[in-house]
Design a protein around this ligand. Structure first.
Ligand SMILES: Cc1ncc(C[n+]2csc(CCOP(=O)(O)OP(=O)(O)O)c2C)c(N)n1
Length: 543
């Protein structure tokens, strides 16, 4: 068979369902082999859209999302979203065509050294220089992408190698077993937790990757220890759980920070520094830190651990909860109550433009608890992270490591493909929306219905917020938007404009029932941003 056919057989062997991408002249053989494959190719309108689809598919399934581009400009277009996946620990394999090996040594049409370009922001970057390494390279890329800490891998496939003949078969797809935590570490962690005066748990996305959320809830309940989660771990403990304090991660002070200030022991579970820098929740550097994760802690002056329990997170949680003695009472409950009061505050508000709190209230009311939000990056993300209640993990996807704008619309395409029975909403600012709105055409073509909820403020809201807070004036953050309703209709999608606040909830319900892509243009009152900053700045800790 041709090397390109073996390559596709290896992808099938890895269980690949979808490849998102744009074909080019240098991967004709791979595209030809894909035409005969069970793998569905999702032709996108920009390589960045393709890579964000792979990124979100990886976050939601735990299996590597796969994206494909041609060489040179196609491959450089992948970069932002590949870096996004890698920094947020989403499993992803990116594949790029490459020129023939007889022109890689010189200045040549569209040739860039892709292996080296992708190397700094992937776990593994490789070039297929001969056919007899194809099976190993593909196996290695998927193994690396899918094992902790999961992340992105890259394969460059020169066109002359793809067309060679080869007789080979894919390698068995194995996944490593998570190691058991050492007894001595489990015992030490249990001792520290038992003798703590006031412990708190900070849960990160690693708990979701390890599928250890049930063990986390049981651990918290049994030991009576409150839990806060990072933006990327929303739903890791149901918000209705009495031990849940809500999401931590604002750069500003927040109620939950009073929990960190009052705690003497902070138990970090499946937490990565990139999700919420330790200096923001542990500036004093004097609390005891228990680190429970699949790998040893990253070095940070504010994250010096007293004990690292390294191994299978589920087992670590089960074993520590069996050994440690439970705490009494729940002194941090007022933090949760203060947040709930804020969540409820504007739910009957009729002011227009719509307040962020009201948008979130109506969205939560309209969506089922199992439905999925893909959130973009901006001021809306901070509001969503803080106030959108989640009862299940992976029901509000937030890019908070690399934090790249433009993830929501392509991410919603992949979320629908991965979860056809659940409703999907892309929550986005007007700027982030326009960065990848071309993928609405992809969604319409492949029939993946979802709702796009645009928080329309005619500007780069988050940057305006920070400029006003820091300098008291703005600089170059405003822009004009197209007519989003007409824009939607030009794709054959549905468009709705919220003209008064009372329309929002019924419009969300109608859009969620639409069997197509629906765009809701919702003017937002970002006057609330500075009010929130002022309120949190003056906050007196409720505990
Ligand atoms: C690709 C990319 N470019 C720039 C930024 C910096 N940035 C973060 S938020 C933001 C503004 C986002 O505006 P919008 O999408 O309208 O959302 P809003 O803040 O108004 O809710 C910018 C420019 C980024 N995170 N990612």
């Amino acid at each position: 068979m041709k090397a390109s056919e073996l390559f596709v057989k290896c992808l099938e062997n890895e269980g690949v369902e979808y490849i998102y991408g744009i074909p080019g002249e240098e991967n004709l053989d791979v595209m030809e082999a894909l035409a005969e494959s069970s793998i569905k190719f999702i032709t996108t309108r920009h390589e960045q859209g393709a890579a964000f689809m792979a990124d979100v598919y990886g976050r939601l399934t735990g299996r590597a999302g796969v994206c494909l581009s041609t060489l040179g400009p196609g491959a450089t277009n992948l970069i932002t979203a590949v870096a996004d996946a890698n920094m947020d620990h989403a499993p992803l394999v990116a594949i790029a065509g490459q020129a023939s090996t007889n022109r890689l040594h010189k200045e040549s049409h569209q040739v860039l050294d892709l292996q080296n370009i992708f190397e700094p922001f992937t776990k593994y970057s490789s070039r297929l220089l001969t056919t007899n390494i194809i099976t190993e390279v593909i196996r290695k890329a998927f193994k690396q992408a899918q094992m902790e800490k999961t992340g992105a891998c890259f394969i460059e496939f020169p066109e002359n190698i793809a067309s060679l003949e080869i007789d080979d078969t894919p390698l068995v797809a194995q996944s490593p077993t998570a190691p058991e935590p050492a007894d001595s570490r489990v015992e030490l962690a249990s001792d520290i937790i038992s003798s703590a005066r006031l412990p708190i748990i900070l849960a990160g996305n690693g708990v979701i990757r390890a599928k250890a959320w049930q063990q986390l809830s049981v651990f918290a309940e049994k030991l009576n220890i409150p839990v806060t989660n990072t933006f990327m771990a929303k739903g890791v403990i149901p918000f209705k759980h009495p031990m849940a304090l809500g999401t931590a991660g604002l750069q500003a002070n927040d109620y939950v920070n009073c929990g960190f200030q009052n705690a003497d022991v902070i138990i970090c579970v499946g937490y990565d520094l990139v999700e919420y820098p330790p200096n923001l929740w542990h500036p004093t550097r004097d609390r005891k830190i228990v680190h429970i994760d699949m790998s040893p802690a990253e070095v940070d002056a504010s994250y010096i651990v007293d004990v690292g329990v390294v191994g299978d997170i589920k087992h670590s949680l089960i074993r520590i909860s069996e050994l440690a003695s439970p705490h009494q009472g729940h002194r941090m409950r007022p933090l949760r109550e203060a947040l709930i009061t804020e969540m409820n505050q504007h739910h009957e508000d009729v002011d227009y433009p719509v307040k962020p709190q009201k948008i979130i209230w109506d969205l939560r009311t309209a969506m089922d608890l199992e439905d999925i939000v893909i959130c973009d990056v901006g001021a809306h993300k901070l509001w969503m992270a803080r106030m959108f209640r989640c009862e299940h993990p992976n029901t509000c996807i937030i890019s908070n490591g690399f934090a790249s704008m433009g993830i929501a619309v392509p991410g919603a395409v992949a979320a629908k493909l991965a979860n056809p029975d659940r409703a999907i909403v892309a929550v986005t600012g007007d700027a982030g929306f326009m960065m990848n709105s071309q993928e609405i055409e992809t969604a319409m073509r492949i029939n993946t219905p979802f709702v796009i909820l645009i928080w329309n403020d005619g500007g780069y809201g988050l940057i305006e917020w920070k400029q006003m807070h820091t300098y008291g004036r703005t600089s170059n953050v405003k822009f004009n938007n197209p007519d989003f309703v007409k824009y939607a209709e030009s794709f054959g999608a549905r468009g709705y404009r919220i003209e008064n606040t009372a329309e929002l909830l019924p419009t969300l319900r109608t859009a969620l029932a639409d069997k197509t892509v629906s765009i809701i243009d919702c003017p937002v009152d970002y006057g609330e941003n500075l009010k929130l900053t002022a309120k949190l700045g003056e906050m007196v800790c409720p505990i």
